[in-house]
Design a protein around this ligand. Structure first.
Ligand code: ATP
Length: 266
């Protein structure tokens, strides 16, 4: 079976994510897509995150009607901590996940082109790109040469080759030594989690951007509303609008640079 991991912060999951997954499932005959919310993704460390459990709950709600899309606990805080790690790294997730697959299964890593632009800064990017094939979902305005240039130096095609891609839209595939990157260009979804958070925080409707169940959850839990907290909620407020939050605290304790976490000297 073809299987994919779709990583992200999913803060919150929106219709764009599901559209990307549907297009990838169809084009690459993916029998299952695991949506893996990250606890603290190193490349997003500057953005305070909504607590993991809220993001996971929203994923479970959004994927409830999707038989082949699975909310995954692969990067749950407990899993990361049990391995003695400080943050979730895709290379570890992919390797952990591959150990559970059958020999006949083929793993893909699904990612949006904007996130892929940072791939060279992730932990062990070359090894990661060699662990599985990548499906990069394009967003309007990106070209194939940008994808090629985003690769870690070791895998990057020669400048002359990248030059040829300059005017080509991000479509087709890049087959390089030891790695294949498929470009998925059939999705043209303008949604982003940032837009959802902004709309929710200013009280605008979000049902066009997220599923009804997710919109209701956001409303019930009063997520993304500055300074508000449901009295039944035991979680500390960690919305992007709240100044005090646990991830921020952890970021103060741990200095995370280029995909490597170091405890700060006190
Ligand atoms: P934010 O606005 O907070 O940066 P996001 O909408 O990009 O969030 P993430 O959870 O960071 O959501 O996204 C997970 C993955 O999905 C990333 O690889 C991202 O590039 C991709 N993605 C998100 N929205 C889209 C979209 N509309 N089209 C294509 N890819 C997308």
């Amino acid at each position: 079976m073809n299987v994919a991991i779709f990583g992200g912060t999913f803060d919150p999951v929106h219709r764009g994510h599901v559209a990307v997954a549907r297009a990838a499932a169809e084009r690459f005959k993916l029998g299952r897509i695991y949506f893996v919310p990250a606890d603290i993704p190193p490349h997003k460390q500057k953005q305070p995150l909504t607590p993991y459990y809220h993001r996971y709950a929203m994923l479970a709600l959004a994927l409830a009607g999707e038989k082949n899309f699975i909310p995954s606990l692969l990067e749950a805080p407990e899993v990361i901590q049990s391995e003695g790690a400080l943050a979730s790294y895709s290379i570890d997730t992919v390797r952990r996940f591959k150990r559970r697959l059958k020999k006949s299964d083929k793993l893909f890593f699904l990612i949006g082109i904007d996130a892929f632009m940072d791939i060279a800064k992730w932990r062990s990017p070359v090894e990661l790109l060699r662990e599985c094939e990548f499906i990069v979902a394009s967003r309007p305005g990106f070209s194939l040469s940008q994808v090629a240039r985003a690769l870690p130096e070791e895998l990057r095609p020669a400048a002359q080759v990248a030059q040829i891609f300059q005017k080509q839209a991000a479509t087709g595939e890049l087959v390089l030594s030891g790695t294949t990157i498929h470009l998925l260009d059939e999705v043209n979804e303008p949604d982003s989690a940032t837009k959802v958070r902004k709309a929710a925080s200013s009280g605008r409707k979000i049902v066009s951007k997220v599923s009804d169940a997710v919109a209701e959850y956001i409303r019930k839990e009063q997520l993304y509303k500055p300074g508000q907290k449901d009295p039944g909620d035991a979680m500390p407020v960690e919305s992007p609008n709240a100044a005090k939050n646990a991830p921020e605290q952890r970021r103060k304790e741990f200095h995370i640079v280029g995909g490597h976490a170091h405890r700060k000297k006190t």
